[in-house]
Design a binder for this molecule. Sequence first.
Ligand code: ADP
Length: 250
Amino acid sequence: MSADWAVELHGVHRRYGRGRTAVHALRGIDLTLAPRTFTAVMGPSGSGKSTFLQCTAGLDRPTSGTVRLGGTEITGMKENKLTALRRTRLGFVFQAFNLLPSLTVEQNVALPTRLAGHRPDRRRTADVLAQVGLTDKARRRPGHLSGGQQQRVAIARALVTRPDVVFADEPTGALDTTTAAEILGLLRRAVDDQGATVVMVTHDPAAAAWADRVLFLADGELVDHLDRGTADRIAARMTSLTRPYEGAAA
Ligand code: ADP
């Protein structure tokens, strides 16, 4: 990737509705994320995390401001171009895995390449499946796999196109603690060993502790960040966000 920043947001606002009932979900987000970094986004319910992820990943459009991914401005891009960019240059991992049940594991992993109109590269598919430890499940269907294994497939699918940015929305929300740690370890390795850039929304301080930096959203604004925080420190910072007066008194 030639750009200096994997992700750039300048003055991003997202307002739902108009007039007196308008909701200001994002109130001027300015942010740059370097390539090969793992960023977690946390904040109380309703603070704007989903809106942030949707606007940053080109799934929703800001009311004002600009978003650049890998140096390409996506704000104002036509829908078909944006769809093509999402397929080739972004990866997605969701809480609910979102695999296609009728396709085998390797077909699911090859899907983004196919949707982008390219012939799947069998070696690349095999490589990413090996990376997530699922070589022996390539011919199985998702329904035969555990939740953790299904999320591994989703990670392989997200990485197969060597995207500029992987967006993960509560990727461990449906998993037990041990399985969650395995999944987070894979995202961490994707950054450290494969040079991926990961942006992950989570409510779990233990998950956020795998990131290089945690960004804290409150009421549509980035109000704080913590670098290489432990789960305890991240949890304490979250508590001070949700109970600011007690935090200030402490
Ligand atoms: P979070 O993910 O942190 O819970 P959201 O981004 O979902 O926060 O929501 C931020 C604010 O925007 C909330 O007040 C929410 O009610 C509002 N909101 C989100 N989506 C919509 C929508 N489609 N229409 C109206 N308000 C919305």
